[in-house]
Design a protein around this ligand. Sequence first.
Ligand code: PLP
Length: 363
Amino acid sequence: MIPQPRSSMLELPEYVPGESNLKGIVDPIKLSSNESALGPSPQALKAYADASTKLNRYPDPDQNELRDALSSFHNLEVTQLFCGNGSAELIQMLIHAYVGSGDEVLLSEYGFPLYKIFALSQGATVVTAPEDDCLTNVEELLNRVTPKTKLVALANPNNPTGTYLSGSEVRRLCENLPKKVLLLLDEAYAEYVTAEDFESGLTWAVETENVVVTRTFSKLFGLASLRIGWMLAPRKVFEILQRIRITFNANGPAMATAVAALHDFEYTQHVQQHNHVWREKMSIELKSYGLKVFPSMANFLLIQFPDDSEANSEAAAIALMQNGIIPRPFSVGSPSNCLRITLGKSHENKGVLYTLNKLMQGA
Ligand SMILES: Cc1ncc(COP(=O)(O)O)c(C=O)c1O
């Protein structure tokens, strides 16, 4: 006899993060976790060093400095904002607080896999709506809403596909959901979007009682290791989550560093520009090799390899790894025969292009 977890824990799929190591290679090029190619801003690094002198102190439980900074930066009500140990923690808290056994959680076919794991762990049923060539279909989502639907979760732009939904489509989803259904808009990659018809939920979610938006410092701001994300929540949701939030869930150095990163506009623009240039360049090049590249508004590309060729995603992953580059393979949760590759530094991106070009020429 050994202690038994709740039955919903027994069959949970495992979340497999991007690989970090390559056997025999000391410093591989890691393009497997959508981290920032260029790292944090120099001002953020200075703030981190300064914060290291206060490690004996607990952080501010009210997270005032970062919440105030976010409030003025995004013009949001500070009483609706709070921070967490990465946005993943906040998403987990939301699902933990609102979703239970017998509820349905509605996801898009190739949505971010963490939502499914959190929902199943609560004993909920996961319902998925088919996509149109890796693009979330609002109609299909709405068709699957039932009296049991508790939460709809959508990453915009989405990971692993990189595709996005326009502001009007997200609003249409929101307007047609019953008001008792929570809509989680996960905007981990929103700062990379250049499409003019994209609209962040931050600009209108404040008017609703059921829309929650999450953001992160792990991607554009290059602070993945510090684990710092934030959430905009309707007041009632905020009050509930405050009750279950661990008092010091966001750590002091992470919050201080995030404030400095937020204020370094020039560096942020430089990182965005690097991403935009390489996203465009890589997409065009890779397509010219005969590969399918899903249109991305994020800091990564989902690449589909031809089915009728030896140059499939497995062969591509092997070729990249032989050149010291770690991609992100997908067996489930994405269309077949795909690799996801994070946009890296210029020479890293050139390494990807060189390898895949050679592979496709040999095919
Ligand atoms: C869509 C999406 N949401 C949330 C997260 C979690 O990010 P964080 O580092 O803020 O926990 C990720 C991380 O890859 C992501 O891709």
